[in-house]
Ligand binder design. Structure first.
Ligand code: SIN
Length: 459
């Protein structure tokens, strides 16, 4: 592979490094290698695979600073968050190394005396993984660690914006003693061209994708051609409901953590903040103060809290959402516009109403739109009035209301008084247009296992 493409730093616009630009022929070669590596990797015991995975995790933690700097430079995440992400990424590897040992089967009571019925779990086979730029390390390990722990092999295509972290993780895998063909990274500027051989090849048994709903739907259709298993973690449009009895300072702290993490570029961040009329002014004032105090700047500085957006398309979308809201009557309380380069000011919008794009589409930027509500049933209906169903949040001191509303929300993840529910051992994933399948915990391992039923007639 001689062609390359450049990776640029969104904070400075400068070129960081050129990486291999794979094409369809490279994809076919990678598939052949992944297929050949599958049988020997599957044949190793889960305990043996766990040892390799644990060694990989150790190297990630050893290289925490190197990986964090790569990530910050290639996609603009503040360095303190990047360090946290390396630890988060390593925690997926640790969890799945252990969980791979618990891929238990079952004995099923037989309907006749002379038979024994059993169900066992086996790895699905070679996997094609496609990961996004917003979590260049954790979204890799959230997919690759369970796949490898289950006994699958993986070819990973990272996002064009952030391939450097993935390449470093691949190098560490080999240093850890992992077979090179069991986990391969294919960097490319032609995602469609590289993906096509995977969809055409029936030997690739699974597609796992994190990214937009639009692309996810296309890949889902493509994967059907060779009837692959699929896991799709797609877009979100998270409502954040603050009820009249909420602990307002705590809710503000958590909305800050949820909304401004990664400059608002997460699928689970609060996108629509509904606040009860009785606490609306207090909540909005506290939120505005907290947002004003955010330190925006060079993401490599330890004290930076908000860095640049990943690229021009991301910045244009955020700018368009704010302009649309303002044109339709929203009030800018803090921020409101782009700064130099790819930066957007952390923003609070008030008087946000239905009909504004920001209440319908995922913004993926540091903008907090606040909507006032009066009626609990109406706000739950508004929260559910979206094709998305990834994460939702609610704030109340009433446990009964907390349970009832959590159960009524059509979402895969609900944070009750918790703005940061993600953790490696819990199920992460959505319903409706937010996707199919779960990552994390025992559910994340199941995505890479098929159930085989064996019926034995005793002689
Ligand atoms: C995401 O935005 O896709 C992942 C965020 C998380 O793991 O919390």
């Amino acid at each position: 592979m001689s062609a390359t493409f450049a990776v640029t730093n969104p904070a400075t616009g400068s070129e960081l490094q050129a990486v291999p630009d794979a094409g369809p022929a490279d994809a076919r070669a990678a598939i052949d290698r992944a297929v050949q590596a599958f049988a020997p990797w599957k044949a190793r015991t889960a305990f043996d695979r766990a040892n390799v995975l644990q060694a990989w995790r150790g190297l990630m933690l050893r290289d925490e600073e190197i990986i964090a700097r790569l990530m910050t430079q290639e996609m603009g995440k503040p360095i303190a968050e990047s360090r946290g992400e390396v630890r988060y990424a390593a925690a997926f590897v640790e969890w799945f190394a252990e969980e791979g040992k618990r891929a238990y089967g079952e004995i099923i009571p037989s309907h006749v005396a002379g038979k024994r019925l059993l169900a066992m779990r086996q790895p699905v086979g070679p996997v094609y993984a496609v990961t996004p730029w917003n979590f260049p390390a954790a979204m890799v390990t959230r997919k690759v660690a369970p796949a490898l722990a289950a006994g699958c092999t993986v070819v990973l295509k990272p996002a064009e914006q952030s391939p450097l972290t993935a390449l470093h993780l691949e190098a560490l895998w080999q240093q850890a003693g992992g077979p090179a063909d069991a986990f391969q990274v294919l960097t490319t500027s032609d995602p469609a061209g590289v993906s096509e051989p995977f969809f055409a090849d029936a030997r690739v048994r699974k597609l796992t994708f994190t990214g937009s709903t639009e692309v996810g739907k296309r890949l889902y259709a493509e994967a059907a051609r060779t009837m692959k298993r699929v896991s799709l973690e797609l877009g979100g449009h998270a409502p954040f409901l603050v009820f009249a009895d909420a602990d307002v300072p705590a809710a503000v702290l958590q909305v800050m953590a949820s909304k401004f993490r990664n400059a608002g570029q997460t699928c689970v961040c609060a996108n629509r903040i509904y606040v009860h009329a009785s606490i609306h002014d207090e909540f909005s004032a506290r939120l505005a103060d907290a947002v004003r105090a955010l330190r925006v700047g060079d993401p490599l500085r330890d004290d930076t809290q908000v860095g640049p957006l990943v690229d021009r398309a991301g910045l244009d979308k955020v700018t368009a959402h704010v302009a649309d809201a303002v044109a339709k009557g929203a009030r800018v309380v803090v921020g409101g516009g782009p700064r130099d380069g790819l930066y957007f000011e952390p923003t609070v919008l008030a008087d946000v109403t239905d009909g504004m794009r920001i209440l319908k589409e995922e913004t993926f930027g540091p903008v907090a739109p606040v909507v006032m509500f009066r009626d609990d049933a109406e706000v739950v209906a508004a929260a559910n009035a979206t094709p998305y169903g990834l994460a939702a949040y609610l704030w109340t001191r009433d446990l009964g209301r907390g349970f009832r509303v959590a159960e009524a929300l059509d979402y895969g993840i609900v944070g009750v008084n918790d703005g940061l529910p993600s953790t490696p051992h819990a199920p992460f994933g959505g319903v409706k247009d937010s996707g199919i399948g779960r990552e994390g915990g025992k559910w994340g391992l199941e995505e890479y296992l098929d159930v085989k039923y064996i019926s034995i007639a005793l002689p």
